[in-house]
Design a protein around this ligand. Structure first.
Ligand code: SAH
Ligand code: SF4
Ligand code: F3S
Length: 487
């Protein structure tokens, strides 16, 4: 397995495939007498969302239009970008794939393709080969830059094509047309892959070895985003703190470079690993006003024994030390985490250690997961898998704890006026808007009519405003807009 940088030749091949596909879809569109559409279904984390922005950009460059937006919309090209982090992620694909069978039966020109992390798990690929013959193309996340070439070949071959690479590629963002989903937020992957091999996790198998993008290329992209009016950048990687750029450039250098663009009101990043988070990064968070005061640091368990079995190279006291350092240095900052319950061999005592650690760290929010055995990982073969009723019971107790602290964290905002970056109309659909504080607290708010503010979402998205917080909920707070910045 090698790490390969894309070359000029790859780009020439890419461009030639795009041109061929443009011609193909244009004549198909004439034959059908209508505009052709695509639907990209995205599951999983923000890295997948970022990949889907590129896949959508490529599909648009073939002359196709996005379908109207429903998850299961019929379209001429259906592309599943899958996730395999837990078993229920796998179920999404097989649950939804069947929906498109009739579509393909009624129209042989429809193309169904699958990519994403699930395609690096051989069992899934075998299942598709055996039971889903109507799928046209299968490829893995390492080969995003080859999508036009693979799609062209699958159309030429007219039979199911499965193309899984043995190598890990690295392509710069400039390689791709990107169709960014939010007009104020840009997802910027800075590194790919993971070398940590936590014993439960599929990601190192699905995404390959760690590889970092060029520092100069990232800065060039950030500068372009700043000049295009983006207000928020999200620097992405499974383990952003192990970024290694040219000339010894580190993640701290990227964070500083991003925050130097004053056009960005928010510079965010995901995810950090306790073993690599440097004091320098915490200092940057503490001192740079446009760097978010929010650290997502996965704890996973409060038991040293379980952490060791998980192959997480820190003790719980080391984790709490880092948490403390963050709390002391980044005043008013928020700390969030991921926790797994029911890892093989987790005893009641181990689980109670986790509850104690939650009590000490007082996370502002926690993503809690029931352990799910992933095929091919070390932990899947461990003895002492925990019965599901025990896992469910512990999970309930844990979320009671974590919810208590997230409610407290939200409660501390009540009565304060906070700066909020507006993200859009909130899901409630009742002209309540939503946004986030620099500490990543989710705020739903109304806008008093008497302020006479243009409430068009296009006008408001990405703008900063002041919101008076008057109520805390478990996962968000409610408030009223006081003023719009820059009015
Ligand atoms: N790279 C990130 C995590 C990405 S996956 C980090 O290390 O912080 C997001 C979360 O999913 C993990 O932190 C973990 O809590 C959870 N997760 C991963 N594999 C899992 C599994 N097999 N079962 C349950 N939860 C899992
Ligand atoms: Fe998975 Fe661990 Fe890598 Fe995070 S650091 S992606 S949990 S292997
Ligand atoms: Fe899922 Fe792959 Fe992300 S397994 S969580 S989509 S890296």
């Amino acid at each position: 397995m090698a790490i390969i940088k894309t070359t000029e030749n790859d780009k020439l091949e890419f461009d030639s495939a795009v041109n061929e596909l443009k011609e193909y879809f244009s004549s198909l569109s004439v034959r059908k007498g209508r505009t052709l559409t695509y639907n990209v279904l995205t599951y999983g984390c923000q890295l997948n969302e970022s990949d889907s922005e590129k896949l959508s950009g490529m599909l648009a460059s073939f002359g196709l239009e996005a379908s109207s937006g429903g998850e299961l919309d019929a379209a001429d090209v259906i592309l599943f970008n899958t996730c395999s982090i837990r078993e229920n992620a796998d179920r999404h694909l097989f649950g939804n794939l069947g929906v498109f069978k009739t579509l393909k039966k009624n129209d042989r020109d429809v193309i169904i393709a699958i990519c994403g992390c699930m395609m690096k798990v051989p069992e899934n690929v075998e299942k598709i080969k055996k039971s889903y013959p109507y799928v046209d193309l299968v490829f893995d996340p390492q080969q995003l830059h080859r999508f036009p070439v693979l799609l062209r070949d699958s159309i030429r071959n007219k039979k199911q094509m499965v193309n899984i690479s043995a190598d890990d590629y690295i392509a710069e963002d400039s390689f791709f047309p990107i169709d960014r989903k939010r007009k104020f937020r840009a997802l910027v992957p800075i590194m790919y892959g993971c070398n940590n091999f936590c014993s439960y996790c599929i990601v190192p198998y699905a995404r390959g070895r760690e590889r970092s993008r060029s520092f100069d290329e990232i800065v060039r992209e950030l500068s372009e985003l700043a000049s295009k009016g983006y207000k928020e950048v999200m620097l992405l990687g499974q383990n952003v703190n192990s970024y290694k750029g040219e000339d010894g450039k580190t993640f701290a250098d990227i964070l500083r470079a991003a925050s130097d663009f004053k056009e960005f009101s928010r510079v965010r990043f995901m995810s950090s690993h306790p073993k690599d988070l440097s004091d320098e990064v915490i200092d940057i968070m503490a001192t740079r006003p446009n760097v978010e005061k929010h650290l997502h640091l996965a704890m996973q368990s409060g038991s040293d024994k379980v952490l060791k079995d998980m192959n997480r190279p820190y003790t719980i006291s080391r984790f709490l030390e880092i948490a403390d350092k963050f709390r002391t240095k980044v005043e008013g900052g928020s700390l969030t985490t991921d926790i797994i319950v029911g890892f093989p061999g987790e005893t009641e005592e181990d689980f109670e250690e986790t509850l104690k650690a939650v009590e000490k760290a007082k996370f502002d929010a926690a993503f809690t997961f029931q352990y799910s055995a992933r095929p091919g990982t070390k932990a899947a073969a461990f003895p002492d898998q925990i019965p599901s009723d025990v896992v469910t019971e512990r999970f309930g107790r844990l979320t009671e704890y974590t919810n208590r602290y997230s409610e407290e964290s939200n409660g501390r905002l009540v009565g304060k006026t906070m700066e909020v970056l507006i993200e859009g109309i909130s899901k409630a659909g009742d002209m309540t808007f939503s946004g986030r504080t620099i500490t990543n607290h989710l705020v739903n708010f109304t806008i008093p009519q008497e302020l006479g503010i243009n409430i068009g979402p296009d006008y408001l998205e990405g703008r900063l405003c002041e919101v008076r917080i008057d109520r805390a909920r478990p996962y968000s707070v409610d408030g009223v807009l006081v003023s719009l910045k820059g009015e």
